[in-house]
Design a protein around this ligand. Sequence first.
Ligand code: ADP
Length: 328
Amino acid sequence: MNAKTKITSVAILTSGGDSPGMNCVIRSVVRTAIGNGIKVYGINKGYEGLLNNDMIEMNASSVGNIIQRGGTILQSSRCPEFREKHNREKAAQILEDRGIKALIVIGGDGSFKGAIALNQEMGVPVIGIPGTIDNDISGTQYTIGFDTAVQTAIEAVDKIRDTAASSNRTFFIEVMGAKSSSIALKVGICTGAENVLLSDQKVDYHKIADAIRRGIRRGKGSSIIIVAEGDKPGRSYDIAHILKDLHDISSKVCVLGHIQRGGSPTSNDRFLGSMMGQMAIETLMEGNTQNAIVVRDDRVQSVPLSDCSEKSDHAMKAFKGIAEELSI
Ligand code: ADP
């Protein structure tokens, strides 16, 4: 499609892991589009729904009463078939047959890779909006859902801290983040954790034991260690066992799990989601066909989609080590 073709109709989908705030983005996209005379189709279940031609035209009321709800009203999915070129051809044909001029994808780096392929191979104009609790996409300082996930984890850790302090216990609290330690780093700093174990970090048991014993010597009864789940959710149980075997230090484990994915989005996620949705439509109206809507320099901006195709938790890595420094 010619970049300057007037946008008359767009489709929107949510893909990959869902995150709180996706609904704020959907609402903003739908209302901005309708306000500018553009039709919007909501595709159910991500790329899977696109391949199944499963979509409905949305109106202003379709997105009423959702700004405060976690998850995504469009539902999400993982769709391995979309990695195959012939299926992306099919997707482009479905969009063309419906007269849809652009696709807005809310998701993580994997979803963006699919959007980039659809754009580069088939010429379908695409806009990516980063939505994942992990804050792990290159090219943006922020992804929608991160703040809510962090807030949920902080509330849980604060509660565990109460019981840990009352019974002089060491706790390993595992937060989400398969390849990313963003949640762990932020939660560690915000809860005053004694240590943060990153997703890709070899565990230094001597260092952990020394820190716990040093704390006990100066009257600290309890310790909280935040663990990024890494490739093996539940790895905190192994870590606790090894610490006991090597250093005779007993500890408790709490794996927070999917509780971090749900819940009502925080003001940050609602606000940024609303700004990003609006900018996605404006970006298309300006004739751009392969952009991502990101946060850089504390501003919502429209940048080339290719900037955002890699996994990267650069935004929080700068704060590595701070939790330990502040908890001596
Ligand atoms: P996220 O978007 O949260 O990173 P995934 O990595 O699971 O989640 O990707 C979501 C979906 O995006 C996949 O199920 C697939 O449909 C699509 N996708 C991921 N990587 C590619 C790729 N290299 N090419 C085409 N589509 C992809």
